[in-house]
Design a protein around this ligand. Sequence first.
Ligand code: NAI
Ligand code: MN
Ligand code: ZN
Length: 336
Amino acid sequence: MKSVVIERPGDLQIQERPLPLPEAGEVRVKVQYASICGSDVHIWHGHNPFARYPRTIGHEFFGLIDAVGDGVDRARIGERVAVDPVVSCGHCYPCSIGRPNVCKELQVIGVHRDGGFSEYALAPAANAWRLPESIPDTLASLVEPFTIAANITAFLQPQPDDVALIYGAGPMGLTAIQVLKGVYGVKTVIVADRITERLTLALNNGADRALNNSEIPLAEQLDGVQPTLIIDAACHPSILAEAAALASPAGRIGLLGFSGEPCAITQQSLTSKELSLFTSRLNSNRFPQVIAWIEQGLIEPEKLVTHTLPLSQIEQAMTLFEKDPRSCCKVILKVS
Ligand code: NAI
Ligand code: MN
Ligand code: ZN
């Protein structure tokens, strides 16, 4: 089979690899479509602290189950599935309280183990979620990025009368906009980014207001409006302090970033307004929820897609994704 392998940081190859056999409890997926995420690019460049090399990348993928290991119902062969990349031990403290995404032995498919930019991929059977026919093959890999928004909003508990502010109109910001508007019916969703084209995309994805904060500070543009719910989907360490300053008293702030750089913030800026701070990593069993949202038409994954390319053009696709945020948002890879 052909697989996209990062042999070592900086070295991306399409390799011919032996077809893997599913172990007990696993399924093998014949991958049809996958999508590119920032973390794939980070693994390529050696900027993902969790990655081990060589690694077949890709954690957003869809395909058909074509083989099963011992203990897995053979009737599942042929099922159309989207794969949850979060593999957990099932018995540690976070697993025991329903938060397998921060399992003490967390393994992420495409990061800690081989992923879906490949003609075939293995996954635990429980990670392969059957899709209804109403979700087309071409969009099925986008369940995963929406689970990130599902996870953080589960902490933030958006309400219709919230005034939401989202930093960043990249894929993560856009999924958050769609979930706030389409699922939770939040009346006002304001988005900040520095790239005009991304702000246009934010409006197309349902945002009510799009603010370019490259020159004029947000405080000035908001003109006294105090957001009650803020999501940092841009993830620069300087954002938290600004978010705390802008937030309404009793507001909630959600963080998605993984920067290793310190961010300076005072206790006073948080406590005086009794702000709540939530962090969110990947997703805790949110695939069924997102699949239902797509089925019900509450979210529209097609609005994120700007390009579709074959797996054979992976290097061009990843370069476009990385270098051209003005024209590029989600890239779908046609695998087979
Ligand atoms: P992206 O790089 O495509 O989008 C970020 C956007 O933020 C860009 O459009 C950029 O112009 C904008 N931006 C940068 N600085 C800004 C600022 N100060 N104010 C306003 N906008 C600003 O990235 P993507 O894929 O949307 O991911 C966003 C972040 O989310 C990344 O840092 C990524 O590591 C993180 N992430 C976290 C996950 C989690 O589970 N916690 C999962 C996936 C991504
Ligand atoms: Mn992703
Ligand atoms: Zn665990």
